[in-house]
Design a protein around this ligand. Structure first.
Ligand code: M6R
Length: 592
């Protein structure tokens, strides 16, 4: 939901900014821009479209500045045009600012600003911040920022510099992510860590209510009262290779193929009991899982496992719904918040409000040092590495690995179940080795306008996830449904033009789902099934069959989801769509 970057050092800032912006592009990609301090003056370039449009427009320009800020936008306030693209500047062009988040009271701020005779040029909320900083400036940028912050309502991260103080960039975090990168004679700001991987591995993740004051020589951190804070940096182990496409056409495909390795890495982190929680899951009256999108689907699968192996009732609630519900929550509840980024506003705020009501907060997060991980009582990490494709794939299966490990952690048969889990990475490789046959199947369905996905029990969230993948990257309407519910309504949709993807591993509901397939066939629907290898009965009922190796019945989602990820990928790729950056989406949604 917008990416921001800042640099001060000795290098040509433009190269740092553009490289970091390309890595942040997944956060938003309708327009982008940079501001540089060139010979004491602020130079701004903005373009509608992807970063490559910005790069094209900068081509051949001699830009020697060693300080600058950059932005990639996902529009919230104001349409997509150069005027609304960031950076924004004050009236005299002496201050430049990039922002991620929403300033909720910008209308009243705008009135105040225009009452001072200042022209408000854009339709954005962001422009208000830069005018206020300029109005509050008395020779010290940090002081102007400190004076401005109390006037802002909402969630934001921004980076600002002024032509009056060469070498200095100030970054502020309140509700939207921002990290500081530490270098030798240079320092960085960015919305997330992967953006800085090529430049430094020493990171200070800022917390809400913190300000970073950067010069090439050092970084000082302050709270919103202006008190200095001492912060430790963390060392990031992700290498640059893991954030590159590595020969794959898209990040999404690369990330699908990385699953055996990263799921293996994640499982390894939970084999020993070293990670053990300082509490027993059985202590709680209820477990409440909250998350969004794909992470929510992982939570739905986690519910089955936690109820089965722990025996505590589990509810799974969309974070955007939980926050404003009147659900009674108290100290007897454990809230598990699941988030790849650890920055999703809905998830963070619903989890925090549950924590305020007394619940214990456990998070499952991929990005180290992210806001949610710091706000939680306890964090379990997925070891998926950076996920760049907007569609979540490897982080989903890694979330499953953590949830399963957690669910069995106190179970008497833990060792046996762990052995079954350890087989999964290898079995995932087998699924991936059949990617070509999945591609051939997918290519038969590139003209379909709708697709129904069905599953029961653990396969129902897999069906939801398969449908989400197809929707978000192929723009094909797809719906996931519990197969048993089909007869209560959606069956009316089925005719000879409706592909119905059925997830049917041999588990305790296998016979039931075969009956559901018969219901589809009776209405001439086209059945594409995902099932265990050698399942001739299922294969005979299906127009197309995507097989996965047999595994422990509780672990089938790890395998059955992979053909569905590939199915969506191959359709989107065939349609020539922007697989890694689908329209209207952003990887991390840091606004409500
Ligand atoms: O970073 P999070 O896991 O909190 O993100 C949650 C959703 O925004 C995310 O899973 C989204 O649905 C993905 N685009 C799905 O592929």
């Amino acid at each position: 939901m917008c990416g921001i970057v800042g640099y001060t050092g000795k290098k040509k800032a433009i190269f740092v900014l553009l490289e970091a912006l390309e890595r942040l592009e997944y956060r938003g990609y309708d327009s982008s821009g940079v501001a540089l301090l060139e010979d004491g003056k602020i130079f701004v370039e903005k373009k509608v479209g992807k970063i490559r449009e910005l790069i094209r427009s900068l081509w051949g320009k001699q830009l020697d500045a060693t300080l600058g800020i950059g932005h990639t936008r996902w529009a919230t306030h104001g349409g997509v045009c150069e005027l609304n693209a960031h950076p924004h500047t004050d009236q005299e062009g002496r201050f430049a600012l990039v922002h991620n988040g929403i300033i909720e009271n910008y209308r009243e701020l705008k009135e105040f600003i225009t009452s001072k005779g200042i022209e408000y040029k854009s339709e954005t909320d962001t422009e208000a911040i830069v005018h206020l900083i300029s109005l509050n400036y008395d020779g010290d940028l940090l002081r102007a920022v400190l004076k401005t912050i109390p006037k802002l309502r909402g969630a934001y991260a921004f980076a600002v510099f002024t032509a009056f103080e060469p070498g200095r960039v100030v970054g502020v975090r309140y509700g939207s992510p921002l990290v500081v990168g530490l270098g030798e004679g240079e320092n960085f700001l960015a919305s997330d860590i992967p953006a800085l991987i090529p430049f430094t591995k020493n990171i200070i993740p800022l917390e809400d209510g913190e300000i970073a004051d950067l010069t090439p020589e050092g970084v000082s951190i302050y709270d919103f009262e202006g008190n200095p804070k001492v912060k430790e940096s963390i060392k990031i182990h992700w290498d640059i290779i893991s954030a590159e496409k590595g020969g794959f056409k898209h990040f999404m495909l690369k990330e699908i193929f990385e699953q055996p390795r990263v799921v293996g890495d994640t499982i390894k982190g939970y084999i020993s009991r070293d990670y053990e929680l300082p509490f027993s899951l059985k202590e709680f009256r209820r477990i409440l899982i909250t998350a969004c999108g794909t992470s929510y689907h992982a939570g739905l699968i986690g519910k089955y496992w936690l109820e089965k192996f722990v025996g505590v009732p589990v509810e799974v609630v969309y974070a955007s719904e939980l926050r404003y519900a009147d659900t009674p929550i108290g100290p007897q509840d454990l809230v598990i918040a699941i988030s790849q980024s650890g920055e999703t506003a809905d998830t963070r705020f619903s989890a925090l409000s549950a924590k305020e009501k007394g619940a214990k907060l456990l998070s499952i997060v991929n990005v180290m040092g992210s806001a949610l991980s710091r706000e939680s009582d306890y964090t379990l990490y997925t070891h998926a590495g950076p996920e760049i494709g907007v569609a979540a794939t490897k982080t989903f299966t890694c979330q499953l690995a953590v949830l399963f490990s957690l669910a069995i952690s106190e179970h008497p048969e833990r060792e046996k179940l762990m052995d079954e889990l350890l087989k999964i990475p290898h079995l995932m490789e087998e699924v991936l080795s059949k990617s070509e046959s999945i591609r051939e199947i997918a290519l038969k369905y590139t003209k379909s306008k709708n697709t129904l996905y069905l599953g029961r029990r653990l396969s129902y969230p897999v069906a939801l996830e398969g449908a989400l993948k197809l929707k978000e990257i192929s723009y094909v309407h797809a719906e996931g449904y519990p197969a048993g519910e089909m007869k209560h309504g959606p069956i009316a949709l089925i005719d000879e033009n409706m592909p119905v993807v059925v997830v049917a591993p041999r588990d305790r509901v296998y016979e039931k789902i075969l009956s559901n397939i018969e219901e589809v066939l009776a209405r001439k629907g086209m059945v594409i099934s995902v099932g265990f290898e050698g399942d001739e009965g299922l294969q005979k009922l299906s127009r197309d069959f995507m097989e996965v190796p047999k595994c422990h019945e509780e672990l089938s989602p790890f395998l059955t989801v992979v053909p569905l990820q590939l199915f969506a990928y191959y359709i989107a790729d065939y349609l020539g769509l922007d697989v890694d950056q689908p329209r209207n989406l952003a990887k991390t949604v840091t606004v409500e």
